[in-house]
Design a protein around this ligand. Structure first.
Ligand code: AP5
Ligand code: MG
Length: 223
């Protein structure tokens, strides 16, 4: 059971690969007591486990393509309906195209929640996106992201001591493919949510805490 609509916000995070969706969703979800629901993280965990879902999605992810809508949408909607005891949900990486956005709208229209409350578009210049992804390292245990340049000594996670690794899809060719897919399939959602009057564009460059504060305010201001 979800909380009553008035106490529960459904927020979509939009932005290119490397814009900081995961970084910001983790901070904002903790501050606002929301669930951070990342379709990419759910898929990566399934791939690591090597279960049926992981076997289905591995090849799509490795080449930077989108996982088919019927797999993705079902997985996210199932997880969404389990979000108990939170003040809302941040959808990080979903929806990713118009068909997924329409499926989400339909599912919400048939629930007590009616519709998404806010769409936060985190904008960052393309050169900076590539720089961030090529230097990204993640903790295998808690997923905290770091940035180390080629040749830097890479320590253990400062938060939990876990081993750091680089995502297979952060290889340069795959990053270019992911950016192409983003501009073709996902960027049109900026206009989609603008038309619905719930889009807030947040400058995603500069200080991480400052960006988080602007997002928290935008979510708080949403009706
Ligand atoms: P997904 O995991 O969603 O990846 P993505 O959208 O490509 O985005 P990233 O996770 O790479 O970037 P981010 O915006 O989260 O940035 P982050 O915070 O890490 O999807 C992966 C794959 O899964 C897809 O390609 C697809 O195959 C599949 N998939 C997922 N969802 C799907 C869907 N709905 N439908 C179909 N397929 C789907 O930050 C990046 C780096 O920058 C980090 O190192 C961080 O430390 C650094 N950083 C963050 N903020 C700042 C800052 N302000 N200044 C400097 N550095 C910063
Ligand atoms: Mg991410």
């Amino acid at each position: 059971m979800l909380l009553a609509k008035a106490d529960f916000k459904i927020v979509v995070f939009l932005g290119a690969p490397g814009a900081g969706k995961g970084t910001q969703a983790a901070l904002v979800a903790q501050e606002m007591q929301m669930l951070h629901l990342s379709s990419g993280d759910l898929f990566r965990r399934a791939v690591e486990r090597g279960d049926e879902l992981g076997l289905k999605v591995k090849a799509f992810m490795e080449c930077g393509a989108l996982v088919p809508d019927e797999i993705t949408t079902q997985m996210v909607l199932d997880r969404l309906s389990q979000s108990i005891d939170r003040r809302g949900v941040i959808l990080d990486g979903f929806p990713r195209n118009l068909a997924q956005a329409e499926s989400l709208d339909n599912a919400l229209a048939h629930s007590a929640y009616e519709r998404a409350d806010a769409a936060i578009y985190i904008s960052v210049e393309q050169e900076e996106l590539v720089r961030r992804l090529s230097s990204r390292w993640l903790c295998r245990l808690c997923q905290t992201p770091y940035n180390y340049r080629h040749g830097d000594a890479v320590p253990a996670c400062a938060k939990c001591g876990g081993e750091l690794y680089q995502r297979a899809d952060d290889a340069p060719q795959t990053v270019m493919r992911r950016l192409e897919v983003y501009f073709k399939d996902t960027a049109p959602l900026i206009e989609y949510y603008k038309q619905r009057g719930i889009l807030a564009e947040i400058d995603g460059s500069g200080d991480v805490a400052g960006i988080a504060a602007r997002i928290v305010k935008a979510i708080g201001d949403s009706k």
